[in-house]
Design a protein around this ligand. Structure first.
Ligand SMILES: [Zn+2]
Length: 220
């Protein structure tokens, strides 16, 4: 057998690159949906682009990590203490729509059909992965309802709309929240079931999401 052709002697494709290029390819390949081939294509695009464009990309990535955090009230993405939705006096502060992730909030917001506030759980209950209520922002939601009831400067929260994704874990989380919320004097509703089972709010089209908001159903 010829030693030249053994797998051990064959160099991995990325090892022919200078180390900085190899590092860039490795980092790009960690992005969702990007395999090694796509990462190589992107790395070559960066190599070919002018310094200004490449640095703009690099600073945009750094800025997003250094300046964007979560709203203290609803956990939406924001670059201050409170997001633009929570601080908007024209929104209906008595209705709070509970979602799993900021990207779900963005999908619902893009319908333009909802004028209340949100609460981002930062995940969903997943007993098999060891994710319980304490790993989410559940207790903060309950605190929000309690503190709104005694606040003089704003309307108390009167309705919680559960906008979890229509998956087994999303449904389990909704049932848990509906049960816990019985201890509060709030109406509990959920988005209407136009959403495909097993799907994700993030990818639902605007018309379906708008119908889901308008046709929400009481869970009481
Ligand atoms: Zn907020």
């Amino acid at each position: 057998m010829c030693a030249m052709n053994t797998p051990q002697n064959r160099k991995a494709p990325s090892s022919v690159y200078p180390s900085a290029v190899r590092e860039l390819i490795e980092q790009l390949a960690k992005l969702p949906g990007i395999g090694t081939r796509s990462a190589e294509r992107l790395a070559f695009h960066v190599l070919k682009s002018d310094l200004e464009s490449a640095m703009a990309l690099s600073s945009a990535i750094a800025a997003v990590k250094q300046t964007v955090g979560h709203c203290q009230e609803c956990f939406n993405l924001c670059d201050g203490d409170m997001c633009s939705i929570c601080s908007d006096p024209r929104r209906d502060h008595s209705v709070v729509l509970v979602v799993e992730q900021p990207k779900d909030l963005i999908a619902l917001e893009q319908t333009g059909m909802y004028r209340g506030l949100y609460h981002v759980l930062m995940g969903r209950l997943s007993p098999l992965d060891g994710i319980g209520p304490d790993d989410l922002t559940v207790s903060h939601l309950f605190d929000r309802i309690k503190s709104s009831a005694s606040a003089d400067d704003r309307k108390p929260i009167g309705e919680i709309v559960l906008g979890l994704n229509p998956t087994v874990e999303g449904d389990g989380t909704a049932l848990y929240l509906a049960s816990e919320l019985k201890g509060f004097s709030v109406l509990v509703s959920r988005l209407a079931r136009g959403l495909p089972s097993g799907g994700s709010l993030e990818y639902a089209n605007k018309a379906v999401l708008a119908d889901a908001i308008l046709g929400r159903q009481s869970m009481g």
